[in-house]
Structure formats: structure tokens, C-alpha cells
Design a protein around this ligand. Structure first.
Ligand SMILES: Cc1cc2nc3c(=O)[nH]c(=O)nc-3n(C[C@H](O)[C@H](O)[C@H](O)COP(=O)(O)OP(=O)(O)OC[C@H]3O[C@@H](n4cnc5c(N)ncnc54)[C@H](O)[C@@H]3O)c2cc1C
Length: 398
């Protein structure tokens, strides 16, 4: 990366230390960039009680970087994913090995490896301003009144990205998907619900439920259902945990009894979120600044693909910035290589969502009829999506 005087321009500001931000920072530091990583929170309220399922393509990125064991140490492997209908009958199985891990643990482990590699992490730094200077570099402003300068700015600040709004003011805003998600942890005697290594998913009549026994006596669960009226994160948080769990148990009364058993054994905080996606953007960059991960293309969570896609982005964008002489050239190449994949995943996630959380009895009836076939197709497509493997890691220039 050079300016007109041929001086290397390698000061990068990465905004957001969720999943893609710390991984991108790590990759860039390894390739010789100077990286400052700015994060609005010390710990996000959204991370409480919430786990995600990391697909094999996400693990492949970590393996390529030699980090999989360290970063996923706090996770639990799922030897397969089993799908059942609302009567409890198994209707499909995905044989892929995936990892369930608490969102906060994954983010924390990624931050740790980035900092160990040499990235500078600044927490309680919320980006509020971004201004391009005459020489094409950037002045960033934070909520606490401080400013910094960087040659390249990379927005990894999630679905409601401030970087996207400041950089690409005409880009569409995140759109509510009509789905509310929640998740938590329960304690049930191992004699009653034994450890079987499997991630169980149930297509309930009025909502989708997933759980895994992660250690003897400990169960992690999540639930997704349709709510037409959009409620904010703060509004959902007003319902206390016990009442929320009771409402979910009532919603799943017609479904297999194990769901109500898991819900009523819930201990500790129950996270819940309105779910958003980002409609396709015309471009992901302007000048030497860009957005990636959820900030560029948050897909509905029904595939469990967003975190792995963000990891792919982080890795491939760092490689592109290393290979191309200017940031805009790297961004153009990156977008060309990523757009089709992201669009395919977004489409598949939307289709999966429609069968997971149908809103009308007729859609539900058709779904139950078509489910086994749709699942077989979904598993095949999922296997294709998981088959992504990262580009070769570049040799460092002398
Ligand atoms: C209900 C639900 C379930 C999901 N389940 C799965 C799953 O099972 N598997 C999977 O792969 N994916 C799942 N996802 C998607 C996954 O969580 C996201 O795709 C992933 O977290 C995106 O990573 P990211 O780093 O781009 O953004 P995020 O993880 O959202 O990180 C953004 C970071 O930016 C920070 N930030 C925001 N604004 C600013 C600012 N102005 N200044 C500085 N910092 C800022 C935030 O605090 C945050 O730390 C799920 C999503 C939802 C909503």
C-alpha cells in the first residue's frame, strides 16, 4: 500500500471487535500492517446467554491461521445436527461436525490472539465520525471526543454499522426480519438428558428450538419465532427472564416435551434479540475505507452462517490488501470474489427461515409435508457452503 511519495501506508483503523474485527486485525498484523482496533463496548449485553454454531468453513479459516484449538477451546463440538418435526420424529440429519461456543467467549479469544500478535485494542471507543482528508487518508472521531488518523478504515461494526452509515450514506439500513431470537443455559440431571454430542433442532408448530447437552447436566438452547411487530432490544429486555421463559414454554406446548423441560430448567440470564439483515449494498467501499462481515451483508441467522462468513471476509480482505498495491484495488478484487457467495448464503438463509418459523397455518401445513425433502436439499446446500476453503496465506514480503 503506497502513497504518492511511495511511503508505505499501513496504518489501519478497524472498527468493531466482535468476530470479524479481531480476526481481521490479527491477519493484518501478521502481514505487517499497524492495526488499531476500536470497540464501543467492554462487554456487550447482547453476548450474554447467547451461543453460536460455528460451521466448518469458519473453523477452516482458524485452522489455516493455526488458531482453531486455541480460539475454540471454550467451545463444544457437535458431532452432527439432528432435525425433528413438532411430533418429535427425526426427519433429517446433517453429518457435519460444528462447534457451539458462547458468543462472548469466541469474541474474547479472538481479541486475545489479535492483541498477542500486536494489534492495539481500544475499548469504550464508539466511532461517531469519519472524514476523508485531502490525501485520501481518514480522520476518525469517537463518542468520548477523541480523534485519530488512519490510512485505511475497515468497518466490522455489525448489522447496525455506523461505519456503513458514515461511509456509504445512501446504503440501505438494516431491515427487521420479523423474527425474534433468544437463548440461554439450563441445568438438567444427566440421567434425564444425557450427553450425546448432538445439536438437536426441532421445527415446532409456532417456533424453532435448538439445544445441545454441552457437559453432563448443562444444556445450551436457543429459540426463534415470528413477531410481526418490531420490538427493540431494550423493549425485549423489559420482560424478566422467568416471564420470558414461561412465554416460550407456552408457545412450545404442542411440541415435544423436552423443549418445555429445557426451558423451565433455565438458569442464569436469557438473551433475546430482534433479528435484522442488511439488504444488498451497491458497493462495500469508498476510497480507502470499506465495510465487511455483518456491516456489509448481515444474513438472516437461520443457517448459522454469519460468523463463519465474517471470518472468511476478514481473512480474504487481509490477503487482498497485502496483494494489491492500493486499498481501492484490493477492495474491488475482494468484492468481486465475495459477492456471489454472500448472495447465495443470504438467499439460502431466507429460504431456511421461511420453513423454520412459518407465520400462518397454511404455510405450516405445506412445510410439514415438504420438510423431509427440503431438509435433504438444505443439507446438500449446507455441505456446499461449508466446503469453502481459504486462499493460500501469502509469504511475507522481505
Ligand atoms: C439470533 C442470532 C443467532 C445467530 N446464530 C449464529 C450461528 O449460530 N452461527 C453463526 O455463524 N452466526 C450466527 N449469527 C450471526 C453472527 O452472530 C454474526 O454474523 C457475526 O457476529 C458477525 O460478526 P461481525 O464481527 O461482523 O459483527 P458483530 O459480531 O456484531 O460485531 C460488531 C462489533 O462492533 C461493535 N460496534 C458496533 N458499533 C460500533 C461503533 N460505532 N464503534 C465501535 N464499535 C462498534 C459492537 O459492539 C460489536 O462488538 C447469529 C445472529 C443472530 C442475530
Amino acid at each position: 500500500m503506497k502513497n504518492e511519495n511511495s511511503t508505505p501506508r499501513r496504518r489501519v483503523a478497524v472498527v468493531g471487535a466482535g468476530i470479524s474485527g479481531p480476526l481481521l486485525s490479527l491477519c493484518l498484523v501478521r502481514l505487517g500492517f499497524e492495526v488499531d482496533l476500536y470497540e464501543a463496548h467492554v462487554r456487550r449485553a447482547q453476548d450474554v446467554g447467547s451461543f453460536l454454531n460455528l460451521a466448518p468453513n469458519g473453523r477452516a479459516v482458524l485452522e489455516r491461521l493455526g488458531l482453531a484449538d486455541r480460539v475454540l477451546e471454550q467451545g463444544t463440538a457437535a458431532s452432527s445436527i439432528g432435525f425433528a418435526n413438532h411430533k418429535g420424529r427425526e426427519i433429517g440429519r446433517n453429518p457435519e461436525r460444528t462447534t457451539n461456543i458462547m458468543r462472548g467467549e469466541l469474541s474474547g479469544a479472538l481479541r486475545e490472539v489479535a492483541v498477542d500478535a500486536g494489534a492495539k485494542l481500544h475499548t469504550a471507543k464508539r466511532l461517531v465520525a469519519l472524514e476523508e482528508t485531502a490525501d485520501g487518508s481518514w480522520r476518525t472521531g469517537f463518542e468520548d471526543g477523541t480523534h485519530t488518523e488512519a490510512d485505511i478504515v475497515l468497518g466490522c461494526d455489525g448489522v447496525h454499522s455506523t461505519t456503513r452509515r458514515l461511509l456509504l450514506p445512501d446504503a440501505p439500513r438494516a431491515a427487521y426480519t420479523g423474527v425474534v431470537g433468544s437463548g440461554g443455559r439450563s441445568e438438567i440431571d444427566a440421567a434425564e438428558l444425557p450427553l450425546d454430542g448432538r445439536f438437536h433442532m426441532v421445527f415446532g408448530l409456532r417456533g424453532f428450538f435448538g439445544y445441545q447437552v454441552v457437559s453432563p447436566g448443562v444444556v445450551w438452547w436457543f429459540e426463534n419465532h415470528q413477531e410481526t411487530r418490531e420490538r427493540s432490544f431494550a423493549e425485549l429486555a423489559e420482560v424478566d427472564d422467568a416471564q420470558w421463559v414461561a412465554l416460550l414454554a407456552e408457545r412450545h406446548r404442542p411440541d415435544p416435551a423436552v423443549i418445555r423441560r429445557v426451558l423451565t430448567a433455565s438458569t442464569g440470564p436469557v438473551g433475546r434479540w430482534p433479528v435484522y439483515e442488511v439488504p444488498p449494498l451497491d458497493t462495500w467501499h469508498r476510497g480507502s475505507a470499506a465495510v465487511l462481515g455483518d456491516a456489509a451483508h448481515a444474513v438472516a441467522p437461520h443457517l448459522g452462517a454469519g460468523a463463519a462468513l465474517g471470518m472468511e471476509d476478514a481473512y480474504e480482505l487481509a490477503v487482498a490488501l497485502h496483494r494489491h498495491p492500493t486499498a481501492p484495488q484490493a477492495f474491488t478484487a475482494f468484492e468481486e470474489s465475495r459477492r456471489d457467495r454472500v448472495a447465495a448464503m443470504a438467499k439460502q438463509a431466507r429460504q431456511t427461515g421461511a420453513v423454520m418459523t412459518p407465520d400462518r397455518w397454511i404455510t405450516r401445513a405445506v412445510r410439514d409435508l415438504m420438510l423431509p425433502m427440503a431438509l435433504r436439499q438444505g443439507v446438500r446446500k449446507g455441505t456446499e457452503a461449508y466446503a469453502y476453503r481459504p486462499s493460500p496465506w501469502p509469504a511475507r514480503r522481505p
